[in-house]
Design a protein around this ligand. Structure first.
Ligand code: IMP
Ligand code: MG
Length: 181
């Protein structure tokens, strides 16, 4: 039988699996950016726990910034249609190594939009780290440079990810039963 949380949700990825994968991603990013400085840009709100853990597994000199986006026509499930920036970067990224940190790469609309506007600021480099990847849902041609776990077309919550703003604080990544969506 699948392991359940106190809320009765089935666990897809345990906190231990997440921690191990985040550690590996941090090692890889540190190796790729050895000797460089890095600006980690978290996409609010879902990426906050991932950024926080990933940053502590990165050994290069790093600073944080945050953006927030809104998708038009957004249901409780996922993004659809146009994306709008509702909180911009605090500091200029021109000439800097930027790592966009996102919880999940789904249709790709959000990261395609962010990549386009960030590139207009001429960073030295621009990379994407996404903890989860749902390749089967992609509408835009975009891949993460660092992807934690590839998952099928399932709706997940926990470790930052929400269903109508709930469950972000669950330490494990859990499945929302399709009949509740
Ligand atoms: P995209 O623009 O479709 O790639 O969507 C990315 C955003 O949709 C993520 O940052 C999440 O906020 C949201 N999202 C997509 N799939 C899920 C999911 O399974 N659970 C929770 N949020 C999701
Ligand atoms: Mg998000």
């Amino acid at each position: 039988m699948a392991t359940m949380t106190a809320q009765g949700l089935e666990i897809l990825l345990t906190r231990e699996q997440i921690a191990e994968r985040v550690r590996q991603m941090g090692e890889q990013i540190s190796a790729d950016l050895a000797g460089e400085k890095l600006v980690m840009v978290g996409v609010l709100k879902g990426a906050a726990p991932f950024l926080s853990d990933l940053a502590r597994c990165i050994t290069v000199d790093a600073t944080f910034d945050f953006v927030a986006v809104k998708s038009y026509g957004k249901g409780s499930r996922t993004s659809s249609g146009a994306v709008k920036l509702i909180k911009d970067l605090d500091e200029p990224i021109e000439g800097k190594n930027v790592l966009i940190v996102e919880d999940i790469l789904d249709t790709g609309l959000t990261l395609t939009y962010l990549r386009k506007i960030f590139l207009q600021h001429h960073p030295k480099s621009l990379r994407i780290a996404a903890l989860l990847d749902k390749p089967s849902r992609r509408l835009e041609k975009i891949e993460a440079d660092y992807a934690g776990f590839s998952i099928p077309n399932l709706f997940v919550v926990g470790y930052g990810m929400d269903y109508s703003e709930r469950y972000r604080n669950l330490p494990d990544i859990c499945l929302m039963p399709p009949d509740t969506l």
